[in-house]
Ligand binder design. Structure first.
Ligand code: AKB
Length: 337
C-alpha cells in the first residue's frame, strides 16, 4: 500500500519553510517535500525530503510509486528578477515543472477516483500596467484586469494559472472516457515579507531587504524610487491563505484564482516604518531603472473582495501588527543571536 501524503515543492524556499512549519504545528506530518536544496535540519528530521529537480521525471516517478498524493503545494519557482537573467531556465522551472506536476496530479486524481488538490502561489507579477498614470487610475486591481505581464516570471505564472484551470475543467474534453479532474486553486500574492528568511531573485525584495539590513546594522541602497508602490503581506498571512484556500469547500469557490493582499506601501513609506523601529538605519535610494520599471508595472494594490467573500480570506497582520508583532521582534531576535 502506498502511503498517503501531501507533496510540497520548493520546500526550502521562503514560503516552503513557513508552510511546513505551520503544517507540522497543526499535526500534519505526512509530508513529502522536494527541492533542489536541502531542508533546514530541524525540519528534515520530521518529514521525508527528496533533494532534486522538479523537472527530473524519474525522480518524480519514484515519488509517485511510493506515495498516494492527496494534495500538492507547488511552490518551486524562479522569481522575477532572476528569471529576466535566465529566461529559458525560468521557463523550464516555472512552466515545464508545473506541467509535470499537473500531469502527476491528474493521474493521481484518476487513480484515486477523486480530485487531488493543486495549490499554486501566483503573483502580482501577472499584472502589467502600461504607465504610472494608469497605475494611479487603477489603485485596486481586480483579478481580470491588466493581465499583461511584462516579465518572464509573470508570463509563466499567468500561463500556469491557465494550465491549472485547463487541467481542472477541460483536460481531455474530446475523449470519450474523460478522467477525474484535479482541483486547481491559486492565490495571487503581493510582495511577501518574512522575519526568518531573506528573499532572493525577486523584484519586491526591496522591502524585506531594507528591513533585514536595518536589523543587521548594515546600510541599504534601495533599488526603486521612494514613490514606487506595491502591496505587501507578512509571511504568516501568506501561508494562512494557502492553507485556507486548500481547506475551502469547492462549492464556495466561484473562481480558481484569487487576489489576496494585506497592505500597500511605497518604498519611502516602507523606509519610514523601518526607521520607526531602527532609527539608526541608513537607507538611501539608488533606483535601478530596469527593476523599477517592473515594479512600476505592478499594481499599487489589489482588490481581494472575492476571496474575502468566497472563502473568508482576511489577513491577520495589517501594517502595524506586521511590524510590531511579527517582523520586528522576530528579526531583532534573529540578528541578536
Ligand atoms: C518577485 O518579486 O518576483 C516575487 C513576486 C512579487 O511574486 N516576490
Amino acid at each position: 500500500m502506498r502511503k498517503k501524503t501531501t507533496l510540497i515543492t520548493g520546500a526550502s524556499g521562503e514560503i516552503g519553510d513557513a508552510l511546513i512549519q505551520k503544517l507540522l504545528k497543526e499535526g500534519k506530518t505526512n509530508l513529502v517535500t522536494l527541492d533542489i536544496r536541502p531542508l533546514a535540519p530541524e525540519i528534515s528530521r520530521q518529514i521525508t525530503h527528496v533533494q532534486g529537480d522538479i523537472c527530473d521525471q524519474s525522480l518524480l516517478a519514484r515519488i509517485v510509486s511510493e506515495y498516494e498524493i492527496d494534495a500538492i503545494y507547488h511552490l518551486a519557482a524562479l522569481l522575477s528578477t532572476r528569471a529576466e537573467f535566465t529566461p529559458e531556465a525560468a521557463h523550464k522551472v516555472n512552466v515545464e515543472g508545473t506541467l509535470v506536476l499537473l500531469n502527476i496530479a491528474s493521474d493521481q486524481s484518476q487513480w484515486q477516483g477523486k480530485p487531488v488538490k493543486f495549490i499554486f502561489p501566483s503573483s502580482i507579477a501577472i499584472y502589467g500596467l502600461p504607465d504610472l498614470t494608469e497605475k494611479a487610475n487603477f489603485l485596486h486591481v481586480r483579478e481580470w484586469e491588466w493581465n499583461n505581464p511584462r516579465t518572464m516570471y509573470g508570463s509563466n505564472k499567468l500561463y500556469c494559472e491557465m494550465l491549472g484551470i485547463y487541467f481542472s475543467e477541460y483536460f481531455r474534453q474530446l475523449a470519450s472516457d474523460r478522467p477525474v479532474m484535479l482541483d486547481f486553486r491559486s492565490v495571487r500574492f503581493p510582495g511577501l515579507i518574512s522575519a526568518f528568511t531573506v528573499p532572493s531573485g525577486g523584484t519586491s525584495d526591496f522591502g524585506p531587504e531594507m528591513l533585514h539590513a536595518a536589523a543587521k546594522g548594515e546600510p541599504y541602497a534601495c533599488f526603486v524610487r521612494e514613490d514606487s508602490r506595491i502591496p505587501f503581506m507578512a509571511m504568516p498571512d501568506a501561508v494562512k491563505a494557502l492553507v485556507d484556500i486548500a481547506a475551502a469547500p469547492r462549492s464556495a469557490l466561484s473562481r480558481r484564482v484569487y487576489n489576496v493582499t494585506s497592505f500597500s506601501l511605497s518604498a519611502g513609506e516602507f523606509r519610514q516604518w523601518v526607521l520607526k523601529y531602527f532609527p539608526q538605519a541608513e537607507i538611501s535610494f539608488e533606483p535601478d531603472i530596469k527593476r523599477n520599471d517592473i515594479v512600476d508595472s505592478w499594481p499599487a494594490d489589489l482588490d481581494d473582495r472575492i476571496a474575502r467573500k468566497d472563502w473568508g480570506w482576511n489577513p491577520d497582520f495589517d501594517i502595524t501588527r506586521s511590524f510590531e508583532e511579527y517582523l520586528v521582534p522576530n528579526i531583532k531576535m534573529r540578528y541578536q543571536k
